[in-house]
Design a protein. Structure first.
Length: 191
């Protein structure tokens, strides 16, 4: 998987081939295909393995939405130059996904799916505790956070702990905890 990440960083997704990954890994292409059915699957698995070293795979239930959010913020990695460069590679990967339906599906279900599920789990617990109104539409909340983080990457900045904290405090927390009836789109007219 390191070979896939190195090739991705050097060549970009479009120019990276299974032959190139096999050569970098000192392995046969057949061995790669026995484990991964495609380049998209291999690259996404490599990114997931890399990210799991830095990002949480679960969020502890602290008993409150505020506490759970603090735990999520505390888990944001400190981005050094290596992590910053890797984030730029991911921006290129997102661009490649616009041309490759298989990569798009892998990114959506795996790379973006986990943070969506993590945040949704936190929000669902808060709904169960009565901290978020039952009728609140929470499907888009994770996409707001992910979208703002991707925007940071596209601007050449890592979504560091300070930035993520600002997003949670100024956007996510006020959005989900607003009293019923004050939620943005449900109060807009359809004119």
């Amino acid at each position: 998987m390191q070979a896939a990440l190195a090739g991705l960083a050097e060549l970009g997704y479009d120019r990276l081939t299974m032959d190139e990954i096999a050569a970098r890994a000192h392995a046969g292409k057949g061995a790669l295909y026995r484990r991964w059915p495609s380049k998209a699957t291999l690259v996404v698995d490599a990114i997931v393995a890399w990210r799991e070293r830095f990002a949480p795979v679960s969020v502890p239930d602290t008993g409150s939405l505020r506490g759970d959010i603090e735990a999520m913020i505390a888990a944001v990695p400190a981005f050094d130059d290596t992590l910053q460069r890797q984030m730029a590679v991911f921006a290129g990967l997102a661009t490649a996904a616009t041309r490759d339906p298989e990569l798009k599906a892998e990114l959506s279900s795996t790379i973006l799916g986990r943070p969506r599920r993590l945040l949704r789990g936190v929000l669902d617990r808060a709904v169960a505790r009565g901290e978020i109104p039952q009728e609140r539409d929470l499907e888009i909340v994770a996409d707001i956070l992910i979208g703002l983080n991707i925007l940071q990457v596209l601007l050449g900045e890592a979504p560091n702990r300070d930035y993520v904290e600002r997003v949670f405090r100024n956007v996510i927390y006020p959005l989900v905890t607003a009293p019923p009836g004050s939620q943005g789109p449900s109060t807009l007219s359809s004119k």
